[in-house]
Design a protein around this ligand. Structure first.
Ligand code: PLP
Length: 396
């Protein structure tokens, strides 16, 4: 008999969508996969060099649980530059991707029964981890406000059990980038109501002009003592498989994370740590900028194809590399004709009829959304989106 805990969460909805796409492709169908939360790219030369040098130097042992001290110093310099505030190595934990940073945060902050505010639609792992930690996710709807939470809605959801708020900007899945005003008011609310802020900026390097990514602690230095920054190199350097991320926050939190991580994964992979250290020390931003250009070109191409859609509004796509389609209009017209149309049905029709794999909004708490990743090769993106628009337009 499995632990009762296993009934509290399901496998990630995005991973399930990608598995469904692969299963259909194995059956011989030509499938263009727009489910993936990663960017199609080769590996940054500086990362490759750092990894190869580490292997050739016979580096093979445990490091400190929280990562190599030199890497934590290099990350402290990176975060100091990004936030325009001084950070030190003992405020940083190197983790096995941002996912572990978030899991650590949930496990060291959340008591059973604590509530955590999460703007919705949300990345599916946020509530799952809060639940595993014994907490209760409280969702704040953002759809009626261009996918940005309203301060009044957040304030109204706070109870004596509220412990933290998750802020993810640029946002997965919606593509929203939170501006200065909303971030400043969320920070003020956290200060006034004594909440922790879990600030996930994994897509921070992909804010599309005129939108700008703002680290919350830069806008609200007084919130720093209650903020945990979560980031990784999975998206910014297209290194999803290398599993290197970090958590930055008050020393007491980082030392609790050290104790926790010492009983789970211990240090993140040592070769990946050396590779990232070499990359950060090289100070070479060329690769990251190429990736930003690639994503920006894909976004422009995608938006131009999606602009032909007749009954689905243009996605906002302010940041990250996802188009988030709102099917509410299609659903209303279907209802007027006497049938229900939910996002899961749309996603399976897109897969079976158009050969395009997408992620249903139900994975993000939204039965009227569909997420498309534009991190893939441009030619495939173009074919995939043309097939998708043709199929979606048959619904009207
Ligand atoms: N945070 C958000 C918002 C994400 O979308 C993802 C991955 O999709 C992660 C964290 C996890 O990133 P990592 O691969 O570094 O664990």
């Amino acid at each position: 008999m499995l632990a009762q805990r296993t009934t509290l969460f399901k496998s990630s909805g995005t991973a399930a969508a990608s598995d469904a796409a692969k299963a259909v492709a194995v059956g011989g169908k030509d499938v263009i996969d727009l489910t993936s939360g990663e960017i199609w790219s080769h590996t940054a030369p500086s990362v490759r060099e750092g990894a190869i040098a580490a292997i050739n130097s016979n580096i093979n042992r445990y490091t400190d649980t929280l990562g190599l001290m030199e890497l934590r110093h290099a990350l402290a310099r990176k975060i100091s530059a990004e936030t325009a505030q001084p950070w030190s190595a003992d405020e940083i934990a190197v983790t096995t991707g941002a996912k572990q940073a978030l899991f650590n945060a949930a496990m060291v902050l959340v008591n059973p029964g604590d509530e955590v505010l999460i703007p919705a639609p949300y990345w599916t792992t946020f509530p799952a981890q809060i639940i595993v930690a014994g907490g209760r996710p409280v969702f704040i709807e953002t759809k009626h406000n261009h996918f940005v939470p309203r301060p009044a809605d957040l304030a109204a959801a706070i109870t004596r059990n509220t412990k933290a708020i998750v802020i993810n900007t640029p946002n997965n899945p919606t593509g929203a980038v939170y501006d200065r005003d909303i971030l400043a008011s969320m920070a003020q609310l956290a200060i006034d109501r004594e909440l922790w802020i879990i600030f996930d900026e994994c897509y921070g390097t992909f804010a599309h002009a005129p939108h700008v990514h703002h680290p919350i602690v830069t806008l609200a230095p007084r919130a720093r003592g209650r903020t945990l920054i979560v980031n990784s190199f999975s998206k910014s350097l297209a290194l999803t498989g290398w599993r290197i991320g970090y958590l930055a926050g008050p020393k007491a939190v980082i030392s609790a994370v050290k104790a926790l991580q010492s009983h789970t994964t211990s240090n993140p992979n040592v070769i990946a740590q050396h590779a990232l250290l070499h990359h950060l020390e090289s100070g070479d931003a060329t690769f990251q900028m190429q990736l930003q250009r690639q994503v920006s070109d894909a976004r422009a191409l995608g938006l131009s194809i999606l602009s032909a859609l007749r009954s689905v509004p243009q996605p906002i796509a302010q940041g990250g590399f996802y188009f988030y389609l709102d099917l509410s209009g299609l659903q209303r017209s279907a209802k007027a004709r006497g049938h229900e149309l939910n996002a899961d049905d749309v996603v399976s029709t897109l897969l079976m009829d158009a050969g395009v794999a997408t992620v249903s909004g139900t994975a993000f708490g939204d039965p009227a959304g569909v997420r498309l990743s534009y991190g893939i090769d441009l030619k495939l993106l173009e074919h995939g989106l043309r097939r998708l628009t043709a199929t979606l337009d048959t619904w009207k």
